[in-house]
Write a protein that binds this ligand. Structure first.
Ligand SMILES: [Ca+2]
Ligand SMILES: [Ca+2]
Length: 328
């Protein structure tokens, strides 16, 4: 090794005890900015990940609560079926507002929340599907009754003809106030008449002459049940009772409801035989087989309302005909 080579090592290598030469000021500024940028990007990514994780957690919780709520609501259906079976055993000849099924239960605590439920008699309302008979022909007695109901709530009785055309299987317009396909061809968007039974009374909003506002006036008094159901006068409102006859006005019907109270009429035939036509007398009754269950389940921040149309047969077995889910 030569002296020259040793001299090169001494001048180019690190020497102990001598501090490194600091980089120029501008380079230090770039390093600080880069470090800040890295920390900022890291923080943004971390916050984003936490946000996504929280959303996922909330979505999973809401989904689980919805599933659990549906099961509780179906449990409420089973509970309603028990009450209705007991009612048939206890009082098979009458269904009225003084019976246990008609009482709304106080909120029932369940794991993680609360459930409420109430039953209503759907046969206390006018059944829109009775506007046609089993053979598809329009039913004139039911139509006249519906026209009176429309007048009582302040709507145009001509709507009845449009509803008949909506339901009946043919495409011949009920002259002069009906409405088959041609009546809906100019709407935006255009649509056709279903020419079949209604599954939900809210379908009326699509019928010629009706809209959301007019439907709201009629909704408390109508229902959509299988053809041929009778009207339970023990639970019908005064507006519905007034539709039973041309000669029965709203004030008389209100008096009848007051006289009836919650206990129902002791003898329906003797009360109504002098008030309504024989044709109509055959269409009223003191019992019912169709009920509406409204069950609301609240689990944390999740709320679910299920409406079930329940049919109770002569043996006391109850089955759902139609269900809808939403919020109360
Ligand atoms: Ca009963
Ligand atoms: Ca039709």
């Amino acid at each position: 090794m030569t002296r020259g080579a040793r001299s090169v090592r001494r001048t180019s290598g690190p020497r102990l005890g001598v501090p490194p030469v600091p980089p120029p000021r501008s380079q230090r500024g770039v390093a600080v900015l880069t470090a800040m940028l890295v920390v900022t990007i890291g923080t943004v990514i971390a916050v984003n990940l936490m946000w996504e994780a929280t959303l996922d957690q909330r979505r999973t919780m809401a989904s689980l609560a919805a599933d659990q709520g549906l099961m509780y609501a179906q449990g409420a259906e089973a509970w309603a079926a028990d009450i209705l079976r007991e009612d048939l055993v206890e009082s098979p000849d009458a269904d009225h507002m003084g019976e246990p099924w008609a009482t709304e239960l106080p909120p029932l605590p369940v794991e993680g929340g609360v459930i409420t439920g109430r039953l209503e008699d759907l046969q206390g309302r006018f059944n829109l599907n009775n506007l046609v008979q089993q053979n598809g022909e329009a039913d004139p007695v039911a139509r006249a009754q519906f026209e009176r109901l429309l007048s009582t709530v302040g709507l145009d009785p001509a709507i009845a003809g449009a509803v008949v055309d909506w339901l009946d299987p043919d495409i011949d317009m009920q002259f002069p106030d009906g409405g088959e396909d041609a009546a809906y061809a100019s709407t935006d968007p255009p649509y056709r008449t279903p020419n079949s039974l209604i599954t939900s009374p809210s379908e009326l909003m699509a019928v010629n002459g009706m809209d959301r506002e007019t439907y709201a006036a009629l909704a408390p008094y109508v229902t959509a049940l299988p053809i041929g159901t009778t009207l339970n006068v023990n639970t019908a409102s005064d507006v519905v009772l007034a539709s039973l006859s041309e000669t029965l006005d709203l004030s008389q019907a209100t008096s009848l409801v007051e006289e009836r109270g919650d206990a129902g009429f002791a003898d329906v035939d003797s009360v109504f035989s002098g008030l309504v036509e024989p044709d109509m007398l055959q269409r009223i009754d003191s019992v019912t087989e169709h009920f509406l269950l409204t069950a609301t389940v609240t689990l944390g921040t999740t709320q679910l309302t299920m409406r079930s149309v329940l049919q109770r047969d002569a043996s006391g077995i109850t089955r759902p005909l139609f269900r809808s889910l939403g919020v109360e």
